[in-house]
Design a protein around this ligand. Structure first.
Ligand code: FES
Length: 568
């Protein structure tokens, strides 16, 4: 334990703001009274910031005001002063060109708001995909006592008695609409059935994955990640988080004590066991990069090889996040994984990982498998290497088609997302079941912002022949809700001259998931010749935040954080 600041209020970080004989001490005391607070309400009390990413432009986080009220209740009850403040919110569904362009901006917002303000501890409220990693990145850099309350998944969607989850089922439904198998009226009805409440996507997409990763890291209360957004227990856990945050200030329990090398290995292990989103790789690289314990891509593959895939949730499995919650959630998974975890890691509730999960019950073995009865022997994500991706690429093997995991075929190249978009439904597209679809220009600098375009829709001409998957390769990301034999995060990206840029239609490409290989079958000399013909890309931005992004974003294998934000 560190110092006990509340026994000695002069040790509180906020003390220097409000106490003392200077004019500004007096002025701040006067101005905090403008909130309608009595002197007794704030004098000598730890100030707990509630960093809220609520926004009506982000339906996934639209309930976070209620969650903030519950946190406040807990802070007041424990003797602290809660002060809520907004940060930008990144709504996956509405923001263009992609929320990933703004993850680092949000992380900077979080970090600087914490650092600049009189907060002794902070409860971070997140939900949609990028909001959780951005909060964790900012909090790791600020290193003021912090914990995260994620917003929870939506209630399960349901259409005519069939459970549906946004993203995974939405894409399948939309493919049927593209094939005229369902009508516009039916589609409209499904729109009203799929997203039944505020909260994040209810499949194992990026938001669910990052909420689970936050809990596995020890940065949120055990058992909190999977509670559905509208469930009363979401508010109860928020209240407990507020209470606990006051104690954490007393214990000086900062992110730097929780976010250790071992905690990151635990998070990767859990990510692999739940079949988490490939985006977790990028985000964990970025969060760890804010600490003295950076990760590299090979850490993910090493852990993936030894970790069984246990959680039967879409897109890699059958169930939805609500079922995962009822089955026991993250503690039940971590209990199974204890032989692979660092059980001694400290978590924000003050107890160790092992102490938190050793007795965790599992209520449904179809949803959370036992360690020795996995759905698949290895973890969800694999890291590929080869002359097409010298700095790596990733693939979610648990959501891929087994018959395509060892595959050689001819490339069909889209030079851009726009070209793909404009031609993918052409019935003349010269592709067959063996074709490897390649798309360029979708990386961190290329698109720009590293959008989730990697799940190239299946060409209509193939869908009509009953082919529902083929190998797809790009330097883009993919929504965690997506599925298929899709190679992502090819690094370095094509826009900066990575080998993907030289692929031409007809070139043969080999994907070997077992061999972790991605190979372009052309001679090195020919590769160099084609590279010499490439023209430098025209930058997408010449001013503003976009220029800052282009000038400083790192490649996918480094987590796409800004180079100047990584830990020194
Ligand atoms: Fe926000 Fe999926 S759209 S979590």
């Amino acid at each position: 334990m560190g110092v006990m600041p509340m026994d000695d209020p002069t040790k509180l970080r906020s003390y220097s703001w409000f106490n003392g004989r200077e004019y500004y001490n007096f002025s701040r005391r006067a101005n905090i009274r403008a909130l309608g607070l009595s002197r007794e309400a704030f004098h000598g009390k730890p100030v707990i910031g509630i960093c809220n990413s609520f926004s009506e432009l982000n339906n996934c986080n639209a309930h976070l005001r209620q969650v903030a009220d519950a946190v406040k209740r807990g802070v007041w009850a424990a003797g602290g002063l809660p002060l809520e403040f907004p940060v930008i919110s990144l709504g996956e569904q509405f923001m263009k060109p992609t929320t990933m362009l703004f993850r680092n901006l949000m992380a900077m917002d979080v970090e600087e708001c914490i650092r600049a303000n009189p907060v002794d501890g902070v409860v971070l409220l997140s939900g949609c995909d990028k909001t959780t990693p951005a909060m964790l990145m900012g909090a790791a850099s600020a290193d003021v006592p912090a914990m995260i309350v994620t917003g929870g998944p939506t209630l399960s969607g349901n259409y005519q008695g069939t459970p549906i989850g946004q993203g995974t089922d939405g894409r399948k439904i939309f493919d049927r609409y593209r094939m005229n198998q369902i009508s516009a009226e039916e589609l409209q009805e499904i729109e009203g059935c799929m997203v039944r409440s505020a909260g994040h996507c209810t499949v194992m997409g990026t938001a669910s994955t990052m909420a689970i990763v936050a809990e596995a890291l020890g940065m949120s209360l055990p058992g909190s990640a999977a509670i559905p957004a509208p469930d009363s227990r979401r508010l109860a856990v928020a209240e407990l988080s507020g209470r606990r945050m006051v104690e954490m200030v007393r214990e000086d329990l900062r992110p730097s004590r929780v976010l250790t090398r071992e905690a990151f290995e635990n998070a990767i292990t859990v990510d692999m066991a739940v079949g988490g989103s490939t985006n977790a790789v990028v985000h964990l690289l970025a969060i760890a990069g804010r600490t003295p314990h950076p990760l590299v891509l090979d850490d993910f593959d090493t852990i993936s090889r030894r970790t069984p895939f246990l959680v039967n949730v879409r897109p890699s499995g059958q169930h939805l996040m609500e079922d995962f919650f009822f089955a026991g959630g993250v503690p039940a998974v971590m209990r199974e994984l204890l032989p692979l975890l660092h059980g001694g890691c400290l978590t924000v509730n003050g107890h160790s990982v092992e102490g938190n999960v050793a007795e965790a019950p599992c209520y449904n073995r179809d949803v959370i498998r036992a360690f020795d009865q996995p759905l698949f022997a290895e973890g969800g994500t694999v890291v590929l290497r080869g002359n097409l991706c010298p700095d790596g690429a990733v693939l979610k093997q648990t959501a891929a088609s087994p018959h395509l995991c060892e595959h050689t075929g001819p490339a069909y190249v889209f030079e851009s997302y726009q070209q793909m978009h404009d031609t993918i439904d052409s019935m003349d597209l010269p592709v067959d079941k063996d074709t490897v679809l390649v798309m360029k220009g979708c990386g961190p600098k290329g698109a720009p912002g590293f959008p989730e375009w990697g799940h190239i829709p299946m060409p209509k001409v193939l869908l009509q022949r009953g082919v529902d998957d083929c190998v797809r390769i790009s330097d883009a990301r993919m929504s965690g809700t997506s599925f298929g034999t899709v190679v992502l995060h090819v690094s370095p990206e094509s826009d900066i001259g990575g080998p993907l840029a030289v692929v031409e239609t007809g070139d043969r490409i080999t994907l070997s998931v077992a061999g972790r290989a991605l190979h372009l079958h052309i001679a090195e000399e020919e590769m160099r010749r084609r590279a010499g013909l490439l023209k430098p890309a025209v930058p997408h931005y010449t001013r503003g935040y976009g220029k800052l992004f282009l000038d400083h974003v790192t490649q996918a294998h480094l987590g796409c954080d800004f180079d100047f934000l990584r830990s020194e």
